[in-house]
Design a protein around this ligand. Structure first.
Ligand code: NAD
Ligand code: UDP
Length: 312
């Protein structure tokens, strides 16, 4: 039985990952400081005797034994990561260093959750792993983007210098059940607004694009990546290449929920990327992975979750 540490395990993606790793017969340690994560996400798992929760901040050293580490700890929604930018950079960078130091001590393999944000506001479309990105170093998103870029640099240098086994995954916009109603990202915002009969807040003209991945597809990809050959460090993009304009997403959510909410246009946040779509040819070849759940199906599952989740 493998002992697997999931940092950020009480968060949206982390809690799905913990659940799947337990189902696969592993011993799972969820380490989280509950900054954006919730005890509620992992409550059903606490019945499993192979599941353990440790309340801890990854910016402090970690002392435990394990075989594999999925490093997910970091706020991911722009609203939350911009709330305390210094804390975000520290979590992204110092958190990665503490995870890598733990791996150095224990010999554990590390999968680091990076992001499509390392490509910034991309000038190459779709984004391939070789693209070096277009990030505004000083902009409001840089605490997250540059934190994640620096973390990748730490990860690859611990691999080169300390011979740590590492994997870097660049995750594109992911959604699904267990997101918080106040998460602040676009899909949760629109669904909650539609269900409550409130106006859907489209930022800018809604012509900017994103490619949305259902969480189950991502979790499958993360586990395949962890189990891939040690020589494959990545980075590898994991995302759904189907690209949508935000205005079209709003209309789709109105249709699926049957809501009569109106759409209102609000100012576009500074440095909001204009377009984003992953090139997943590397994941297809090396991991034999591609998404299986399209946006309509994923949205229906997510709407059903939010119908039970939100207080009207
Ligand atoms: P989330 O905010 O739901 O989860 C993050 C988790 O990390 C939370 O449980 C939070 O409490 C925990 N955390 C934050 N700071 C911490 C700290 N200092 N110490 C310990 N725990 C801490 O976000 P998510 O969407 O589940 O994202 C998980 C990971 O995936 C993040 O690293 C994020 O950057 C990455 N990612 C997510 C997406 C996406 O679309 N969801 C896209 C790209 C990358
Ligand atoms: N967005 C929007 N309305 C919202 C929340 C977000 O129009 O209520 C837009 C946002 O400006 C961006 C896109 O949706 O262009 C995706 O935003 P999100 O915060 O989900 O993720 P990210 O910008 O990090 O990709």
């Amino acid at each position: 039985m493998k002992k697997i540490l999931v940092t950020g395990g009480a968060g949206f993606i982390g809690s799905h990952l913990c659940e799947q790793l337990l189902e696969l017969g592993n011993y799972v340690i969820c380490l989280d400081n509950f900054y954006t994560g919730r005890e509620k996400n992992i409550r059903p798992l606490t019945k499993n005797r192979y599941f353990r929760i440790i309340e801890h901040d990854v910016t402090n050293k970690i002392h435990l034994d394990c075989d594999e580490i999925y490093n997910l700890a970091c706020p991911a929604s722009p609203v939350h990561y911009q709330n305390d930018p210094i804390r975000t950079i520290k979590t992204a960078v110092f958190g990665a260093v503490n995870v890598l130091e733990l791996a150095k001590k224990t010999g554990a393999k590390v999968l680091h959750a990076s992001t499509s944000e390392v490509y910034g506001d991309p000038q190459i479309h779709p984004q391939h792993e070789n693209y070096r990105g277009n990030v505004n170093i000083l902009g409001p998103r840089s605490c997250y983007d540059e934190g994640k870029r620096c973390a990748e640099t730490f990860v690859i240098n611990y691999h080169r210098q300390e011979k740590i086994k590492v994997k870097i995954v660049r995750i594109f916009n992911t959604y699904g059940p267990k997101m918080r109603a106040d998460d602040g990202r676009v899909i949760s915002n629109f669904i909650v607004q539609a269900l409550k009969g409130e106006e859907l807040t489209v930022y800018g003209d809604g012509m900017q694009t994103r490619s949305f991945q259902y969480v189950d597809d991502l979790v499958r990809g993360l586990i395949l990546m962890m189990n891939s050959d040690d020589s494959f460090t990545g980075p590898v993009n994991l995302g759904n290449p189907e690209e949508f304009r935000i205005i079209d997403l709003a209309n789709k959510i109105l249709k699926i929920t049957g809501s009569r909410s109106k759409i209102v246009f609000k100012p576009l946040p500074e440095d909001d990327p204009r377009q984003r779509r992953p090139d997943i040819s590397l994941a297809k070849v090396v991991l034999e992975w591609e998404p299986e759940i399209n946006l309509d199906e994923g949205l229906r599952k997510t709407v059903n979750y939010f119908k039970k989740e939100i207080v009207y």
